[in-house]
Design a protein around this ligand. Structure first.
Ligand code: ADP
Length: 298
């Protein structure tokens, strides 16, 4: 269990973290989401011991951040590679930082190279790599010392869909190997797909945290989308929130299946026609805007 207790961080006049507390269970993918300036990168840098002057405590099992170096692999938002060196030499460099030497270093680099899908490119210089290859190698460097916790800050920015899919598979594999992953991203659909639990941050606070399904249930209802009908049954219009969308109606309802049945019956009774009728599951993005608003954050 990775535990964050009442962490505060001030940069001159800016309060980046305002008393953040989190418990991150082992062997899960934990998502960190929030608008720009919410404090995600600051929290991640504290977890990775990159920032060491902060108030509060961060513990992993019995260790505090200063003692956690070998437990944590940090994948920074910026690509942190030496472009004139080969993929293998970059992996060796990071392995040596964590004390790997000789045969151990070489065999670990070969394993990591395979895990990141670059076994054919070990000797190629990084400056010849695509964005996706660099991102994968950036992750590989953080895996060299076989850490238990992997902290990733926006690891899929600017990459092709194949590399993104590959990174997702890597994350699933890491989870199977009992690693804990902390994953900060702007992409709600990524977080929904990958993460078991999340924390939503805004202005240096955690505004919500927990299991994604529970959070969705707490803030949203499924909706019913219907297209092709001239109008809806009167009681639906009276008791549900109805919006017009994409040439049809989106009905938000606590009991969506009942709403669907009513629409079907109404249409049959009136010999009407329905082109489309479907259940729309709520999305994390809806909760995100509910909790953080839609005002631009630059
Ligand atoms: P996020 O990753 O969610 O975008 P950050 O942790 O980068 O948020 O930033 C949180 C707040 O701290 C922002 O207001 C940002 O401008 C400020 N901040 C971040 N890093 C620094 C820094 N090195 N010096 C001064 N202010 C900073």
């Amino acid at each position: 269990m990775l535990s964050v207790q009442d962490v505060k961080k001030q940069y001159n006049h800016t309060t980046a973290l305002n008393g953040v507390s989190l418990d991150i269970p082992s062997s899960i993918c934990f998502g960190l989401v929030g608008p720009n300036g919410a404090g995600k990168s600051t929290l991640i840098k504290i977890l990775a011991s990159v920032i060491q002057d902060y108030e509060g405590t961060v513990r992993y099992e019995r260790m505090e951040t200063g003692q956690m170096k070998n437990e944590v692999g940090y994948v920074p938002q910026e690509i942190c590679l030496e472009p004139t060196l080969s993929a293998l030499d970059n992996l060796y460099f990071f392995g040596r930082l964590y004390g790997l030497r000789g045969k151990k270093l070489k065999s670990r680099a070969q394993i990591v190279l395979q895990d990141i899908g670059l076994e054919e490119h070990g000797k190629d210089k990084v400056l010849t790599f695509s964005g996706g290859m660099k991102r994968r190698l950036n992750i590989g460097c953080a895996l060299m010392h076989n850490p238990n916790i992997i902290i990733m800050d926006e690891p899929t920015v600017g990459i092709d869909p194949q590399s993104r899919k590959y990174i997702f598979q890597m994350i699933e594999d890491l989870k199977r190997r009992a690693c804990t992953i902390v994953y900060a991203s702007h992409y709600m659909e990524e977080v929904e797909q990958l993460c078991d639990e999340i924390a939503m941050m805004d202005n240096g606070y955690i505004v919500e945290q927990g299991n994604i399904k529970d959070i969705l249930r707490k803030y949203t209802y499924p909706s019913v989308f219907v297209r092709g009908v001239d109008c809806l049954p009167k009681d639906i219009e009276q008791y549900c929130r109805v919006e017009t969308r994409n040439g049809g109606y989106l009905v938000r309802a606590v009991n969506p299946l009942e709403v669907m049945a009513k629409i079907l019956n109404y249409s049959k009774e009136n010999q009407g026609q329905i082109n489309q009728l479907e259940l729309v599951q709520p999305r994390l993005e809806d909760v995100f805007f509910t909790l953080t608003g839609s005002q631009l954050r630059d």
